[in-house]
Ligand binder design. Structure first.
Ligand code: ZN
Length: 207
């Protein structure tokens, strides 16, 4: 049985999460983060994969220093509390490393959230990463899509996301699919509500 870290870091073991201390993160919108995490959990878009015994999906909001993201090994929990979040205060894409504060570690998918915020720190304040096979299969190549040969949680994925902002109007579309990360979709917005509603729209979309 693969544990979560070996699964997440599959094919890429150099992700480095440096924990500065274990203080539980605070944020004036933490209740919204908990609310929308639960909405995603109830849809089974963030959750726990029984077959691989691994959590999937994550959700974050920006703050003055960086952002606050759901921690690793929380996918099985139906209701998160502040202690289940991690504050990202610094990151280095080329070194594939982050500095975080909180009781839990940051997952290697944290870097993907970081590069999305980096593209527009004013207009992008919330990022949601979900897994869903039918939405993924429906949307892939119809929305901005990262290349199949680019695995998640790598510096190459960061470059690929920058490319989608530059070449495929990702800033306006606010949603992308990851061809090299099965079932993986990311949405974002000025608020968590906006990011979630982009997802709901595309869930219903017919092509
Ligand atoms: Zn994922």
């Amino acid at each position: 049985m693969a544990d979560q870290n070996s699964y997440i870091d599959e094919g890429y073991i150099k992700f480095n999460c440096r924990k500065l201390d274990e203080t539980i993160p605070t944020h004036d919108k933490l209740d919204q983060l908990i609310h929308w995490r639960r909405e995603m959990y109830l849809k089974n878009w963030i959750g726990f994969d029984e077959l691989y015994q691994v959590g999937f999906g994550n959700i974050s909001i920006s703050d003055d220093q960086g952002f606050i993201i759901s921690g690793t090994q929380t996918g099985h929990l139906d209701q998160l509390e502040p202690m289940h979040f991690t504050s990202i205060v610094n990151y280095d894409v080329s070194a594939n490393s982050v500095d975080c504060i909180g009781p839990l570690n940051a997952s290697s998918e944290t870097m993907t959230h970081a590069v999305i915020y980096e593209n527009d720190p004013i207009e992008i304040n919330a990022v949601i990463h979900i897994h869903n096979k039918s939405i993924w299969e429906k949307l892939m190549w119809r929305i901005p899509t990262t290349r199949e040969d680019v695995p998640y949680g790598t510096p190459e994925m960061a470059q690929e996301i920058h490319r989608l902002f530059k070449e495929e109007q990702l800033a306006e579309k606010k949603i992308l699919a990851m061809a090299g990360h099965e079932d993986g979709i990311i949405t974002f917005g000025k608020t968590l509500k906006e990011a979630a509603h982009v997802l709901y729209q595309f869930e219903k979309a017919k092509f």
